[in-house]
Write a protein that binds this ligand. Structure first.
Ligand code: IDP
Length: 139
């Protein structure tokens, strides 16, 4: 994946609360192009593998349970400066600390159920995009 791409998930809380359309609209309105898009569901095993980097964190088990609790939407997005600009668009991890107008501020209720994921580096964007999409799906 080139460096002008990032990876996102619309998390189970935002899917369950009916925010898929509004969140995709916010993303495309901010200038991101959708390269790949998938409605799917993580198991405890695949969520655990996706978040393996957080294995030692105290919230790891809760995070894995939450992320496998319902369907999600996974997407690869393209824009100049994608990783940094997307982190700005979603806002801080804790929605109560996220700036007004950010996706987490608008659609998230708590630090764990925080509506969206956004890759934190170009390297992780490539790894995470490949986790969900084959080379054939992310041209
Ligand atoms: P990020 O998603 O903003 O990059 P990370 O620190 O990488 O934040 O954490 C990954 C995910 O783990 C968060 O999006 C959130 O769902 C969950 N998380 C982070 N910190 C906490 C916490 O203190 N309690 C519960 N869940 C947390």
């Amino acid at each position: 994946m080139s460096t002008n791409r990032t990876f996102t998930m619309i998390k189970p809380d935002a899917v369950a609360n009916g925010h898929i359309g509004a969140i995709i609209n916010d993303i495309t309105s901010a200038g991101f192009k959708i390269i790949a898009l998938k409605y799917t569901r993580l198991t405890a095993e695949t969520a655990g593998a996706f978040y393996a980097v957080h294995r030692e964190r105290p919230f790891y088990n809760d995070l894995v349970n939450f992320m496998s609790s319902g369907p999600i939407v996974a997407a690869i997005l393209e824009k100049e400066n994608a990783v940094e600009d997307f982190r700005k668009l979603i806002g801080a991890t804790d929605p109560s600390k996220a700036d007004e107008g950010t996706i987490r501020r608008k659609y998230a209720k708590s630090i764990d159920a925080n509506a969206v994921h956004g890759s934190d580096s170009d390297e992780n964007a490539a790894i995470e995009g490949s986790f969900f999409f084959s080379a054939f799906e992310r041209f």
